[in-house]
Design a binder for this molecule. Sequence first.
Ligand code: CMC
Length: 427
Amino acid sequence: MSKQATLNIGDKEYTLKILTGSEDEHALDISILRKESNFITYDDGYGNTGSCESDITFIDGDKGVLRYRGFDIAELAEKSNFLETCFLLFNGELPNSSELDNFKTKVFSHSTLPSPVEKVIHSMSGNSHPMGVLSSALQALGGCFPHLCTNTRPADIDSFQEAASLIVASIPSIAASTYRSSKGENMPEIGNVFSYCENFLHLMFGSASAEPIDSSISKALDLIFLLHADHEQNCSTSTCRMIASGGANAFASLSGAVSALWGPLHGGANMAVIRMLNEIHSAGDDGSQFIQSAKEGKSRLMGFGHRVYRNYDPRAKILKSACDQALEALGVESPILDIARNLETSALQDEYFIARKLYPNVDFYSGIILQAMGFPTNMFTVLFALGRAPGWLAHWKEIATNGKRIHRPRQIYQGSTHRPYVGLGDR
Ligand code: CMC
């Protein structure tokens, strides 16, 4: 493969460098193009744009491959756990046992929320969506630790490990406090004997007497978090990197990423899937009428399709079997699971979905498991954020350490050309 490409515009020729990634992906480096030719490139929605070089996560969307730091997602799902995966994403390598113990100790030491963060959560209106609360609470959390968010580098990079473990520890507590506050309840004490996910389940649903948590449930939750932990340059991660490129600290960058994740085409899809399945169920449809309306463009089959995967999302495959196991462990019958299975089978055989390479994505089954565990629908995207936080943090660290310039795309202006101002009386 040549190391350069030639671009002809009119009678001028430009030489562009070709970048090759470690998995043999190729990109034209157009960074000199505007300076030399006065042309920019146009790529609506960035579907063809590499915004950075990164060594965190690899996706091959055509083959359905996802790897964190080189490790296949299916192998991590089978052998690792969420906190170990956090360490891997932050540091690039799996921890040895003392590194893992130290990391866990650090995370557990931060599980109790500072009271100003509790106050922010309680002061927000009962109608505030938990994603809005989470975004605000992360800013409030930074405010309680000003030495970890100075907006100066290298100071913020030097305190990354402290900030990252504080954030990983605090998001479950923020989520549980938001939920308890919406029900007018107090949080129970944090239990020392619990694992990360057991502790979260205890804070959400447990009582003061700290009854044991069913390990199959906490393991299923841990798996959901691990599967969501990173997904390279998606909408929220790109937002996090964009904010970080301006020099902002990790708390501010994650607060923005939470807002980006909220939308129904991104992290909000797990809520939208359940809404869709419930609507299909109450309409007495087995899914076939809904498939028809999706094909006619009247609705969207939520939990299907992905910008990058043109094959089965590998996370959805793992979650599908976890879903069966979790429902069995919980002893829950789910009529909407049958509808989901019908929708999947019909869509995978339908020419509309086949031609567009639309397969189930991570959100298709995760909502069903979360609902069976007792999480209210409006908390689902918060759980996605909890799982994605280590990915955002790893990307924050990468750009804070290696980023050279503020991110600032260009545009093709299509508005009015220059015109004179018209006074109020003359309009
Ligand atoms: N149901 C029906 N048709 C669809 C769907 C769907 N879920 N997704 C895409 N299409 C059609 C779309 O109408 C278009 O058809 P046509 O070529 O005839 O105009 C074609 O497929 C290409 O779609 P697109 O909107 O250009 O694809 P995109 O890459 O811009 O969007 C997506 C990707 C995920 C936003 C989209 O597939 C979608 O809206 N899916 C449902 C929402 C969802 O499940 N989101 C979660 C994504 S996974 C979690 C995450 O990483 O955030």
